[in-house]
Design a protein around this ligand. Structure first.
Ligand code: ADP
Ligand code: MG
Length: 244
């Protein structure tokens, strides 16, 4: 049996007094690659922000590595790649290597950050994400796909075991999208990382994730990619009635 990394139970979350997600149960085990899909406004980002401890549940519980969200232990294990990663500010003068290096600085290892092991981790993360040829380039000069990989490299350098991504494929071209998906697949299979990724791109997610979750206020489907419902079944699950 693989270890349970994330256990979400009967979770409901309100934003501005309106229930945005309701009765969500989700279990992620070690080495899983789970894709959460759903239309715009279906509560995907809300779910992730609640898992990260930024938003508080109205009801229900969340455990990450057996702990509540936003504890020192969970923060150390989670690598967060936000929707805005590809929009890192253009005017910040910091190189790829410096950005990745920031990933090694956290409260737990503040005092040993000068050790060479953290430099090794930085170089390794840069290599794994294929950014060696731009490691001394300022992040403002990178393409969207490269920026996204730089943020993933920062998460890798922090030694996060559980990587959570919110719409990392927005605003990047098809080749970058393919290389990003291959990178995530490698991290999962070769590094044993656990991946939870949100996207509205069902097609891309079907090509990569092991398991798909369809979220629209609540979970409408959760199962292996090969059992993901076709159009008619999906309309039925979502309660969308045929007009003709
Ligand atoms: N800061 C906020 N305050 C109030 N409502 C919000 C806020 N952010 C999002 N919402 C609402 O919550 C719902 C879910 O949003 P979100 O989780 O961002 O969806 P998704 O990521 O699936 O597009 C939407 O109806 C959205 O309008
Ligand atoms: Mg979102």
């Amino acid at each position: 049996m693989s270890e349970t990394i994330l256990d979400v139970c009967d979770l409901s979350v309100e934003r501005s007094g309106k229930v945005v997600i309701r009765d969500v149960c989700l279990n992620v085990t070690e080495g899983d690659f789970v894709g959460i899909v759903g239309p715009n406004g279906s509560g995907k980002s809300t779910l992730l922000l609640t898992i990260l401890g930024v938003l508080k549940p109205k009801s229900g519980t969340i455990q990450i590595y057996g702990k509540s969200p936003n504890s020192m232990m969970t923060n150390k294990k989670i690598g967060w790649v936000s929707q805005a990663a590809a929009n890192l500010p253009k005017n910040v003068k910091i190189t790829v290597r410096e950005l990745v290096k920031l990933g090694t600085i956290n409260r737990a290892n503040m005092f040993d950050r000068l050790k060479s092991s953290s430099n090794d981790r930085v170089d390794e993360a840069i290599r794994k994400t294929g950014l060696e040829n731009v490691k001394h380039t300022e992040i403002g000069r990178l393409s969207g796909g490269q920026k996204q990989r730089a943020v993933i490299a920062r998460a890798l350098a922090s030694e996060a075991d559980f990587i959570i991504l919110d719409e990392p494929m927005v605003g990047i071209d098809r080749d970058s999208k393919n290389s990003l998906l291959r990178l995530l697949d490698n991290l999962c299979h070769e590094e044993g990382k656990t991946i939870l990724m949100v996207s509205h791109d069902v097609t891309a997610m079907r090509q990569t994730a092991h398991r798909l979750v369809f979220l629209e206020e609540t979970i409408r489907f959760d199962g292996p990619v090969k059992s993901f419902p076709g159009m008619d079944k999906l309309a039925d699950l979502r309660g969308i009635e045929p007009v003709h």
